[in-house]
Design a protein around this ligand. Structure first.
Ligand code: PRP
Length: 173
């Protein structure tokens, strides 16, 4: 199973910097709380925050979806919650990938109940074809086709997260 290059690290670096600049402009004069969704978002979040020019705080959540293999049952639950109270704060959820949209729909519902001043989503990758619920992220690094991708934090059975480039894995079924 050989990963095929999709986005080289230089392309990723340029796009992540653009996103950080856009977010910094949009939140000028405010203090943002970046909420990383573990585990996949850790590399994207680290690069994104270093490209920002406004003050940011960070916190993390971990969300588990029930189901087997790559098929989600649609039920999600928070297995590691935020440690920061978010009432009245501007919150930006940072994800590595949106696929069916189930994880983020659920997470948004949970976080909105806590009455943040605002909550938006920044995802590194967006696989729109796979949506099972309507969901649109405000900030998207790259829209991608329905291919299995790894690297830059994304895994296959916990492997390949360390790859600096984003690669496609063919023939995994
Ligand atoms: C991935 C990704 C999102 C979720 C997106 O997490 O990081 O959280 O799946 O899928 P959805 O749009 O279909 O809900 P995963 O469960 O693979 O965990 P990981 O981040 O630890 O790799």
């Amino acid at each position: 199973m050989k990963p095929e290059l999709l986005f080289p690290r230089e392309t990723i670096g340029r796009r992540v910097k653009e996103l950080a600049e856009q977010i910094s402009r949009d939140y000028e004069g405010r203090e943002l709380l970046l909420v990383g969704v573990l585990n996949g978002a850790f590399i994207f979040m680290a690069d994104l925050i270093r490209g920002m020019s406004i003050p940011c705080r960070v916190d993390f959540v971990r969300v588990a979806s029930y189901g087997c293999g790559s098929q989600s049952s649609g039920e999600v639950r928070i297995t590691k919650d935020l440690e920061t109270p978010i009432a009245g704060r501007d919150v930006l959820i940072v994800e590595d990938i949106v696929d069916t949209g189930l994880t983020l729909s659920h997470l948004l519902n949970v976080l909105r109940e806590r009455q943040p001043a605002s909550v938006r989503v920044c995802t590194f990758l967006d696989k729109k074809e796979r949506r099972r619920v309507p969901f649109t992220a405000e900030y998207v690094g790259f829209a991608i086709p329905d291919e299995f991708v790894v690297g830059y934090g994304l895994d296959f059975n916990e492997k390949f997260r360390f790859l600096p480039d984003v690669c496609m894995l063919k023939d995994i079924a």
